[in-house]
Design a protein around this ligand. Sequence first.
Ligand code: SF4
Ligand code: SF4
Ligand code: SF4
Length: 410
Amino acid sequence: MENNLYLAWSPDATIQGMGSSGGAVTALLRCALENQMVDAVLAVKKRNNSRFDAVPTLITDPELVHETAGAMHFAPLNMVKIIKEYLDGAMDMRVAVTCKPCDARAFIELAKRNQVRRENLFLVGLNCSGTYLPTVAEQMIREAFGENPQDLAGEEVDEGKLIITLKDGSTKEKDLEELVRQGYEMRENCLRCSYKVPRMADIACGKWGNNGKSATFIEICSPKGHEFLDAAAQNGALVMEPATNEQIEKRKQKETEAVENAQAREKQEIEAFKRYSSEERLKYWLGHLSRCIKCFGCRDACPICFCKECYLEPYRGCIPGGETPPDIMFQLIRLSHVADSCVNCGQCQDACPMEIPLTRLYSVLNSELADIFDYKPGVDIDQPPPLTTVTEQELSIDAPDIIGENSSDR
Ligand code: SF4
Ligand code: SF4
Ligand code: SF4
């Protein structure tokens, strides 16, 4: 294949009917497993057929891949953490994993630190216009759309609207800004996220540019992407045709609009901060951080946090055990460990029971560091991270006890 931009769909009518974009991703993953190009597929599966509850699912049987068909905007899972924590960074296993752009960026950051084996990962990137917390989404469907959340069959964000499809095939749409006025906003990190097409993955898949055709617009972003798609086309698992100029233009237009909106939001946030003095900003953050109950949720959810021997644990001697709120060093240490590599995935903020706007803090700092070091986390695997704050000892699972007792005060 010489081209990088294709429309693709499954020739199998059953697979085609499972997703809204011709079932290309499902067909591709199935083909990769059938031909032993990967050992497993990690993808997202609805729990109890709910669009508000999902489970990451590791699949080795090609017959079961269809269970993960279809996009989900109301259950933003942490795929990176699963690979890192439960699959040993894919060190000994070849895994195809579906990922949002923030997930793909986190994989790149971890690969730079030898925490995942990039060669063993086939990153199937999914374009992303933003996600909602399941609780917010469920209430929004019930109250703003006036529908039973259990009747939801699909949803998409397009051209400033949230469009839902119900099980009877009917659709309803609402203006995103109107939903915000009613109190239904996307996850805060998504509003400022300008990575809508995951070009750091092996392929980037989505609906933009399919112009109403039941097909997935695929951009091939790496030699591995070519290899997998070639195999799928040759095996008859996928029908592929080069995208037309009109389709390419449409996709570009939609991506540009979405990125410009996100950049405007980010600029607005940063300018709002700059209107205050350093003392006022410090007071603002100390006010938020004083509510911290040291549950470690933010650290445990962060895909970039990977030390085996964490400085935040009381036995390391930096943060006294048993005190809430913890010493301010708790947050400062975390900030210094992820400042250069935070990918704005929002998992820390989602996990925080005290609703502290953590990603706002990381993103303001990250954007300043990005300007200073000319470094964008998770984009270029060949660009080394600018700051190194983690020692070999922290990376070691067998590091000796610093104080003598490997205990936590959680
Ligand atoms: S941060 Fe970006 S890539 Fe991640 S879920 Fe939000 S919009 Fe999607
Ligand atoms: S600090 Fe928060 S937003 Fe940044 S990578 Fe970690 S979990 Fe994601
Ligand atoms: S998740 Fe929130 S409450 Fe828990 S340790 Fe992190 S900042 Fe504190």
